[in-house]
Design a protein around this ligand. Structure first.
Ligand code: CA
Length: 225
């Protein structure tokens, strides 16, 4: 899952980025409004964390323009206490949620997870495809009752595919959402990780596999219908 942080205070931005990385998110920081907007328009994110007071272009305007461009990525607006009256403005501009500074990282994380849930999914942090479950808060993956041990990267990859279950996801898209944009990842690496996921998630279990390759297109996770 890839998060864009648009925040001009380096300490806050760094703390959010560090926290998100520990939670196996890919996090990218932009420190002014114009750059934040350019990133949001030019790349695909799963959630955008947007500070209200930013140099060059304010958060409200950035939010408005993102929505005008037809991008529906969930946005959490960060608002200083003194601007608390403006929070309605933030929601009017198209933000999905707001958080008042100072906030705890846990609070931000909870809001991000809430926004990542699709309305059809249950109100918990467990993703399900067939008998495969992935609990994003407890880092717990099971098929039926049997626990599956995954590395951080395998977990992030499986989470991304499960959140998009039924959809074919290209290798490039996987690289963008599961690995940091500054890391050197080759398409072969994705294949290798898919291979190790298969060995852990599909091979030991009876029944049809859940991880599917669509040659030339990408991968998808889907239960048999
Ligand atoms: Ca600011």
């Amino acid at each position: 899952m890839k998060i864009l942080i648009v925040e001009d205070e380096p300490k806050i931005a760094a703390a959010i980025k560090r926290g998100l990385k520990q939670e196996r998110f890919v996090a990218e920081v932009q420190s002014d409004g114009e750059q934040g907007l350019a990133a949001a328009l030019g790349d695909e994110y799963d959630v955008i964390v947007l500070d209200r007071m930013l140099p060059s272009l304010g958060g409200l305007e950035v939010c408005r323009r993102i929505r005008e461009a037809g991008i529906r990525t969930p946005i959490i607006m960060l608002t200083a206490k003194s601007q608390i009256r403006d929070r309605v403005e933030g929601l009017d501009a198209g933000a999905d949620d707001y958080l008042i500074k100072p906030f705890s990282f846990e609070e931000l994380l909870a809001r991000i997870r809430a926004l990542l849930r699709r309305p059809v999914e249950a109100c918990d942090n467990i993703l399900r495809v067939g008998d495969l479950t992935l609990d994003v808060t407890n880092f717990d993956v099971r098929r039926g009752k049997k626990r599956i041990k995954l590395s951080n990267t395998e977990f992030a990859l499986l989470e991304y595919l499960m959140r998009n279950h039924g959809r074919t996801i290209s290798k490039d898209k996987i690289i963008g959402h599961v690995w940091d944009f500054d890391s050197d990842i080759l398409p072969n690496t994705v294949e290798a990780y898919i291979g190790s996921l298969r060995r852990k998630v599909d091979k030991p279990f009876a029944g049809r596999p859940l991880i599917h390759t669509l040659r030339g297109f990408g991968y998808k996770v889907e239960a048999e219908k």
